[in-house]
Design a protein around this ligand. Structure first.
Ligand code: PMP
Length: 438
């Protein structure tokens, strides 16, 4: 009897919720689910955004040198807010890009990838009850991160305007409606998240579009979290414009960057923020009380990578010049391949992603009416299981309320070896043939 009552009381104690309220409704994660599916089923993985080609030699050689170069202190802790050589070279680099003087100790902070940079931004700048404007489609983590900080995400969509002449759509055809955007700003608005070049569409915001956002930020005294991790991946001679360089914006903008995207080394998880001390000092508070700092040796190698790029700035040998050239060819190749089978691509102006229309393939994967799962999720899962080709459903980049308006598209990553892109093309061609002959 005694044992029984003891186990009863233990059970009673365990029935209390263990998780914090801030985790409610944010437990699902598209990457966890689709990375596992790709690992299990894919023969060709154009899903998650990472290159399958090697990082540049100068970067991996810098890491080898750091490991074997006799400076054993590179295996120890470094400065919390960034290894000094890295913050120094980042400050020098961004001085050039922004045309203003920067203090490496107060205007730059190194983070564990851009992911942690974003986390620091939301935790440091967003309070209970604050609204944060997010432009749809968006890199999915913005929404749970705003919610975890106690804020309320307010969504505003990029609206597609397909060209009338039957040409392929471009990411530039997805635009904000100026009046709709303005209507989202109020005295509750604390910040807007801008992601240009945009994941998943590849849209590179024009000077006019950035000007409109900047004007509203200044008018309503709103901060801008500017996720620029794809800053070097811009095509067709387009230019990436930094919103922080627009009038009135430096003081209210945090720029987020990623060595993973910049140097094709996503596994290193080195990121940074650049911005005014009045904002960064609060990000430092979050950082010092969470991860404290990111791996010293990776920061040392990334610092050397930037030193090289600073020397070669704008020259043909620069990685920041070469990488977009190579990726533009890969983009054109995948565009052609998808267009050839009728999976209409939206031509991206930047990033290494491409969104394609699956309407012509829908007969193979019938819809299940009243299902909770958006159609593009079902399609993408079917495709990886039955065709071995992994992609990501576009509606994953939309809020719950708007998901169901965008279930005809999937996202591919084209930062891949020629052989990988060719293998994807073979799968698509074969699929198309099977469709025509059945
Ligand atoms: N922002 C955007 C828009 C991204 O696409 C990604 C990575 N997919 C990140 C931030 C995170 O970058 P990191 O790998 O450096 O954490």
């Amino acid at each position: 009897l005694q044992t029984h009552s003891l186990s009863h009381s233990l059970q009673a104690k365990m029935s209390r919720p263990v998780q914090a309220r801030r985790l409610e409704g944010i437990d699902k994660n598209i990457w966890v689910e689709f990375v596992k599916l790709a690992a299990t089923y894919s023969k060709v993985n154009l899903g998650q955004g990472f290159p399958d080609f090697p990082a540049p030699d100068f970067l991996t050689e810098a890491l080898s040198r750091a490991l074997g170069g006799g400076n054993h202190m590179l295996h120890q802790y470094t400065r919390a807010f960034g290894h000094p050589p890295l913050v120094k070279v980042l400050a020098q680099f961004f001085e050039k890009l922004l045309g203003r003087d920067l203090d490496p100790m107060t205007n730059v902070m190194v983070t564990v990838g851009a992911y942690q940079a974003l986390f620091c931004c939301f935790q440091a700048l967003v309070d209970e009850g604050d609204e944060v404007i997010i432009i749809e489609p968006f890199f999915d983590c913005y929404e749970p991160m705003v919610k975890m900080a106690g804020g309320t995400p307010v969504f505003v969509p990029l609206r597609p305007n397909p060209p009338k002449d039957g040409k392929l759509m471009s990411s530039a055809d997805w635009q904000l409606d100026a009046a709709e955007l303005a209507s989202k700003f109020s005295e509750r608005t604390k910040a807007i998240v801008l992601n240009s070049p945009n994941n998943p569409l590849g849209k590179v915001f024009s000077r006019g579009e950035l000007g409109l956002i900047a004007e509203l930020c200044v008018k309503h005294d709103v901060l801008c979290i500017s996720d620029e991790v794809y800053e070097w991946l811009v095509y067709d001679g387009k230019q990436h414009i930094r919103i922080a360089s627009l009038e009135g914006m430096w003081e209210r903008t945090v720029i987020v960057g990623s060595a993973g995207k910049t140097f094709s080394a996503t596994g290193w998880k080195v990121g940074w923020v650049v911005g005014p001390d009045r904002l960064l000092k609060h990000l430092r508070t979050v950082h010092q009380n969470s991860v404290y700092h990111c791996a010293t040796i990776a920061q040392e190698a990334v610092a050397q990578g930037f030193q090289r790029e600073l020397m070669l700035y704008g020259k043909p040998e620069s990685y920041f010049v070469q990488l977009p050239k190579e990726l533009q060819q890969k983009r054109d190749w995948l565009v052609q391949s998808l267009d050839g089978v009728g999976m209409k691509p939206i031509i991206p102006e930047g990033t290494y992603f491409l969104v394609a229309d699956i309407s012509q393939f829908k007969s193979d994967v019938p819809d299940v009416p009243d299902s909770d799962e958006p159609y593009d999720y079902r399609f993408t899962k079917w495709m990886v299981k039955n065709k071995g080709l992994a992609a990501i459903p576009l509606s994953a980049f939309y809020s719950e309320a708007h998901k169901n308006n965008y279930t005809n598209f999937i996202r591919f990553c084209f930062a891949k070896e020629e052989a990988t892109l060719k293998a994807a093309n073979d799968i698509l061609q074969k699929w198309k043939q099977e469709k025509t002959s059945s």
